[in-house]
Every structure is written in structure tokens, then in C-alpha cells.
Ligand binder design. Sequence first.
Ligand SMILES: Nc1ncnc2c1ncn2[C@@H]1O[C@H](COP(=O)(O)OP(=O)(O)OP(=O)(O)O)[C@@H](O)[C@H]1O
Length: 213
Amino acid sequence: MSAVGPVLDVRDVRKGYRDRPVLRGVFLDLCPGQLVGIVGENGAGKSTLLRILAGDLAADSGTVERAGRLGCCPQGTVLHQAFTVEQHLQFFQAAYGISHLTRAYELLEELNFSDYRHEPVAALSGGTRQKLNLVLALMHDPQVLLLDEPYQGFDWETYLRFWDLAAALRDRGCAVLVVSHLAYDASRLDILYRLQAGVLLQTEQTEAGRAAV
Ligand SMILES: Nc1ncnc2c1ncn2[C@@H]1O[C@H](COP(=O)(O)OP(=O)(O)OP(=O)(O)O)[C@@H](O)[C@H]1O
């Protein structure tokens, strides 16, 4: 458990579409140096919640307080077919206002796709596009990282690299939230929640969480 206060403080968030409630009072604290998972069935409201946490969608009621630089990897990729990997890095460099791409190139190496730097997105495989999506969320060294099904399309080796990367980010103080419909990553997490009937239930304290107490 982190001694530092939360960088994401979510109080009683509610959201429905038309007359159908999806989120019915979500509470969540995310602290620096925590790796937290949220699982839930298809349609449980995970992406809706993540979009609200990222500030991309308004809640009907409740509050979300964020502190620090935000990095977000949404479920759909945010890429343009005609532009190369390098061009995407340059656009996001300008958007983030960062002076160099050192961290971005480091991430390309870590995810093993530096060779694709000058390829257009249209020529990349689905898994490689997802790697780029992830790099774009990480290249400005965020303090709060929100990831929606971040390893979709990854092969096994890349999947393991993803978790090494997530653990390294946690260890350098980043607060990492991973949303997925599968719970088999539980042992890698400090806390695992289940989104069920519109609320977050803490399912168990994982091995990593117990070690961190
Ligand atoms: N823009 C929208 N308009 C109406 N209903 C929506 C909209 N977006 C999502 N929903 C509905 O809200 C519910 C929650 O959707 P959401 O995408 O948040 O679930 P999810 O847990 O992320 O699902 P999945 O695991 O399939 O990605 C679903 O029933 C979905 O059909």
C-alpha cells in the first residue's frame, strides 16, 4: 500500500446510456507505485469507466480528481494509416510538448519494433499497431497510466514484455490501471477489482499486493 496520496480519486461515479444505468456508484483510489487491474464481463462498463477517468466522457454524477501527467491507451487505436511510426512519434511529441524522443525510442526497443520506425501504419500488423498505441501513451513518462485491453493482438513474448514494462513503470512511481475482460493476470497486480452490476468490488489481495504491504 502506498503512503503517498492518490493521483486518481474517484467518488461515486454514475453513468447511464439513455435509461440504462451502466455505472452505479464507482469508488476508486489509485496511488503512485500501484499496479491495479479492473476486470469485468463484456459490456460491464469497463471502457465507459476508463473514458470517464481519462476525461474523454462525462459522468452523469460523481467526481474524478486527477493529479500528474496522464497517459491513456484506449481500446481502439488512435493511429492514422498514411503516417509512419516516426511521424506519429513526432505528432505526439508536439502534442505533449516534450523536447526529445529518447524515451519513445527506448520503448520501441523494449517492445522490439524499432525496425518499423519508417513504415506507414497501413503496413503494420495488428499487434504492431497496438505496440505503437502503447508507446504513444507512454512516451511522455506519465504519472497516471490508464490502459484499456493494452495487450490485444500481442504474441506471448510481447505480452510478457508488456507486463515487465508495466512492473517497471510501477516501480518508478507511476500509477498504472489496466482494464481487461480476463483475470488471469491477477498475480501481477497489487489490487484486482471486478466491475460488476455497475460497482467495483475488490476481488482479492494478490501475491504482489501482499508483498507490498
Ligand atoms: N455510446 C453508447 N451509447 C449507448 N450505449 C453504450 C454506448 N457505449 C457503451 N454502451 C453500452 O454500455 C455498456 C457498457 O459498455 P462498455 O463498452 O463500457 O463495456 P466494456 O466492459 O468495456 O465491454 P467490452 O469488454 O466488451 O469491451 C454496454 O451495454 C454497451 O452496449
